[in-house]
Design a protein around this ligand. Structure first.
Ligand code: V47
Ligand code: SF4
Length: 402
């Protein structure tokens, strides 16, 4: 069920790679791209041509508007049973290891107190697979957060954490999700996907929930009416083929349920984690070329997603700004105090102010808009409303295409 309509007037004569011209012809005819097209997108040396196509696809859906959420990341525990097997993770600790922490409810509420500013509209809550953080821990937390901050959306717990809670509580994924929803959970974030390929997973996250089960947890959530995001961790040992297979699995579930809100590629950071040392890589993460391709191919192949998000913390603010011309229509928000990437060498700030986000988006010639967690535009700034696409028309077009 593609959301995308045929794209006329593509600048075909500006495409240097014949494979991109094939893609352009399909886009013009409103046809779906196949795996070979996605592979050609990753392989192409014509980055600008790829960007032109992704930009056209994005503008047809979202106009010049770039959204963000005023959100706050909270990581309640870094204690994780997979500490020794997720080779890319620099955040987790074993229970008795130096630096291990698990917040009490009071500590969570103290951190969340930032939201008393009235600006924060979303808590993004994820952490380790902690044996002492079962259903009760999160039910109590979510109830208390909703009691204290009723206006704040709770986007919490990756598919991997949901499966962990289900395992320690001997419950089904659906029962865990339903109990958490009753306590205040609104949506699921997209973390934990890494790269679905079994061979890659074996090497970078040997004991982690498999790709098919990640999809299974998201399916269970969507069936309960809980929407979610999805991600792909890239720039480690995966091949372009692995990336395509991953995107295919995301697109298939989206065809089935329509429950994904956004796709967010996550650039691997090699510092302070075992995988980085094993690969002999430090300092630099992925390259800008690859970062832009991940976003652009995501935009073109995932024709049933309206929102492609750039995570500025991982790819830097300047690159995220350029990405707004490569198919991206959404930026990770204000964040406040990011920990996971700052444990693995991210040199970006731990948060951005509203003013900084607005400047970044305007600097790209785009129109900033604050959104809620379901991507409804809440406000634009300084009379920029005229640039908003007609949301009702887009919804009608999407329904017609379904
Ligand atoms: O699953 C861990 C990644 C993810 C490293 O849904 C690393 O809106 C790079 O998923 N280098 C969690 N990445 C974060 C996440 C996320 C972030 C922002 C928004 C949303 C959303 C989701 O972080 C993990 C893993 O893939 N990660 N270690 C590392 N060394
Ligand atoms: Fe634990 Fe997640 Fe880190 Fe893996 S990536 S060790 S599951 S916190």
């Amino acid at each position: 069920m593609p959301v995308r309509q045929p794209l006329p007037n593509l600048p075909i004569d500006r495409l240097r790679d014949p494979a991109l011209r094939t893609i352009a012809a399909k886009l013009a005819a409103g046809e779906r791209l196949d795996r070979a097209d996605a592979l050609a997108g990753f392989d192409t040396r014509d980055l600008i041509g790829l960007g032109l196509l992704a930009d056209a696809a994005n503008r047809a859906l979202n106009g010049e508007v770039v959204t963000f959420a005023a959100n706050q990341h909270i990581n309640p525990t870094n204690i994780c049973v997979l500490r020794k097997t997720c080779a890319f993770c620099g955040y987790a600790r074993l229970p008795k290891e130096q630096g291990a922490y698990r917040y009490t409810l009071d500590q969570v509420l103290a951190e969340a107190a930032h939201a008393a500013d009235g600006l924060t509209k979303e808590f993004h809550i994820v952490g380790g697979l902690d044996m002492q953080a079962g259903l009760e821990y999160y039910v109590t937390m979510f109830r208390a957060l909703k009691a204290n901050f009723p206006h704040v959306h709770i986007k919490a717990l990756t598919a991997v954490e949901i499966a962990h809670i289900a395992r320690i509580e001997k419950m089904t994924w659906s029962d865990v999700l339903a109990a958490l929803r009753d306590a205040g959970l609104d949506t699921l974030p997209g973390g934990g996907a890494e790269t679905f390929s079994a061979a890659v997973r074996e090497q970078i996250a040997g004991k982690k929930l498999g790709g098919a089960d990640y999809i299974g947890v998201h399916r269970a959530a969507h069936q309960l009416g809980i929407r979610s995001n999805c991600t792909m961790l890239y720039g480690h040992v995966e091949t372009h083929q692995d990336r395509v297979e991953h995107l295919q699995m995301l697109r298939d579930l989206q065809d089935e349920t329509g429950g994904f809100l956004a796709y967010i590629p996550l650039a691997y950071h090699p510092d302070d984690n075992a995988l980085g040392a094993q690969l002999g890589r430090t300092g630099t993460a992925t390259g800008g070329n690859d970062d832009l391709k991940m976003l652009a191919v995501g935009r073109l192949f995932l024709d049933n997603f309206r929102h492609i998000k750039s995570h500025w913390i991982m790819v830097t603010q300047p690159l995220s700004q350029v990405a707004l011309h490569f198919g991206v229509n959404d930026l990770e928000g204000t964040v406040v105090r990011e920990k996971i990437y700052h444990a693995v060498g991210a040199h970006t700030p731990q948060g951005m102010t509203l003013d900084q986000l607005l400047r970044l988006i305007r600097g790209a010639g785009k129109v900033p808009a604050e959104r809620d967690s379901f991507y409804k535009v809440l406000r634009t700034f300084e009379g920029e409303l005229a640039a908003l696409p007609d949301q009702d028309a887009i919804a009608r077009a999407a329904a017609g295409a379904a």
